[in-house]
Write a protein that binds this ligand. Structure first.
Ligand code: UDX
Length: 427
């Protein structure tokens, strides 16, 4: 795709981001790719958790008043926050777009609104302005199906539920996944179903859907990365370190924290553990970790608040990743050939864990109550014992396949060029 071709017709794209890291990162990566294809980029984001404008001087940023404060926007009440974002941002975004379009340069016309699926109000604005709306799903393609399963029959009970026999039925087109594997649970609360229904509705109205199925390098984090862990990794033996990170939203309780700690200590493997401030319920950071644990793992363990994850996963010392199975982390691990210990918490994470463990077979799932003995055994099986040899080999093979897709004329490389051509065809 020639840049010139992109500039020939209306070529500004307005990207609307959902303000959590697992969504900001892929959206900014997409923006970078579209920019490289010749589009001008406007990033419209809520005031909450604003991306750092200075990291992207090539984009124009617009902050949308969101009516939220830090106190009413946390992972534990994110449903309420999504709903507030969608009702509060629609009017100011529409007004901004109208004003922008009134004064737009004919050589810099808006070609479309590219929005995170959670910011479904943007589709309504695109419809009002007769612009193409392009819906971006930052999770696995299968979540399009996941979000579309919302039988009305049981809504009045506050959740839907499936009998075990139906839950175990295979889902056509999803290889070995059953309905329970797809949905993550057989009991889904009504507010989640309603959100999924609204998002699916916006998806149907969208001109196109972009699904994040690949990984591109780009560093964009709001929490400061602690790069000291890279020099710590340099001192560790090849493939010896288990990396533990649960993304930007998952939290654990004090008991789980302590079980994780002793599981890591007893595994005898070196570990690099990301504990986000505020991610342990009832404490600031790692104050609840016993002194005896700290003494036991001194020199063998490194705990940070936020890591340069892609660099960590690419490091030769890392031999396993204990993950919450957020889609970005899953792709990042697959692309680096790192086998995974999966502990999904909510949303699409159960589905990603099933992909990793049952379909691609490059990981093990940690199910049930978190308990130190179980953790210790799982880490050793994944990383050192002969039982994990095939998993480790398959993870390497998958990395190779991903590299082929990303290289010239690979399926991903071609799909990105087709995407740029498709957007231009709207003009
Ligand atoms: C959320 C949902 O939890 C997830 O289920 C959904 O698929 C995407 O949105 P999040 O919890 O943040 O995402 O997880 P994930 O999708 O894995 O994204 C986390 C991102 O932060 C990754 O790109 C990862 O590289 C980065 N990260 C994480 C760091 O750079 N450093 C860290 O210490 C931890």
């Amino acid at each position: 795709m020639e840049k010139q071709e992109a500039k020939r017709i209306g070529h500004r794209l307005v990207l609307v981001v959902y303000p959590f890291q697992g969504h900001i990162n892929p959206m900014l990566q997409l923006a970078t790719i579209l920019h490289s294809k010749g589009f001008s980029i406007t990033i419209a984001h809520p005031q909450f958790n604003s991306p750092n404008h200075e990291n992207h001087p090539e984009f124009h940023f617009v902050s949308i008043p969101d009516g939220l404060s830090k106190t009413n926007f946390s992972p534990s009440n994110f449903m309420a926050a999504i709903s507030a974002l969608n009702s509060n941002c629609e009017a100011p975004f529409q007004q901004y777009m109208e004003e922008m379009m009134k004064v737009e340069d004919p050589h810099d016309r808006v070609a479309g609104v590219v929005y995170d699926g959670f910011m479904h109000f943007a589709q309504a604005v695109a419809n009002n302005l007769k612009l193409p709306g392009i819906n971006v799903r930052t999770s696995a393609a299968a979540t399009l199906l996941l979000f579309a399963v919302f039988p009305d029959a049981h809504r009045e009970r506050g959740y839907i539920s499936f009998p075990e026999s139906l839950a175990r039925a295979p889902v056509p087109g999803l290889q070995s996944l059953d309905l329970k594997g797809l949905l993550g649970s057989t009991e889904i609360p009504t507010p989640i179903l309603e959100l999924r229904a609204t998002m699916t509705d916006a998806t149907k109205k969208a001109s196109s859907i972009i699904v994040n199925t690949v990984h591109f390098l780009e560093q964009q984090t709001l929490t400061k990365e602690d790069t000291s862990c890279i020099s710590w990794l340099e001192k560790q033996a090849p493939k010896s370190v288990i990396y533990i990170s649960f993304g930007s939203m998952v939290s654990v309780d004090d008991k789980e924290l302590v079980e994780i700690a002793w599981g890591l200590a007893n595994s005898e493997q070196p570990f690099l553990w990301v504990v986000r401030p505020g991610s342990v319920r009832g404490s600031e950071w790692i104050e609840l970790l016993p002194e005896s644990f700290k003494e036991r793992v001194e020199g063998r363990g490194c705990i940070v608040k936020w890591a340069p994850q892609k660099e960590v996963l690419a490091h030769g010392a890392v031999g396993g990743y204990w993950s919450h199975c957020g889609w970005n982390s899953t792709l990042e691990s697959v692309c680096e050939g790192v086998p995974m210990l999966c502990r999904p918490y909510f949303g699409d994470q159960g589905l990603s864990a099933k992909y990793v463990c049952s379909v691609w077979k490059v990981g093990l799932e940690l199910e049930g109550v978190l308990e130190r003995g179980k953790i210790e055994r799982a880490i050793r099986k994944l990383m050192v014992e002969t039982e994990g040899v095939e998993i480790r080999q398959r993870a390497k093979d998958l990395k190779h396949k991903a590299e082929l897709c990303l290289s010239e004329n690979g399926s991903t490389y071609n799909a990105l060029n087709e995407l740029a051509q498709h957007i231009l065809s709207f003009g």
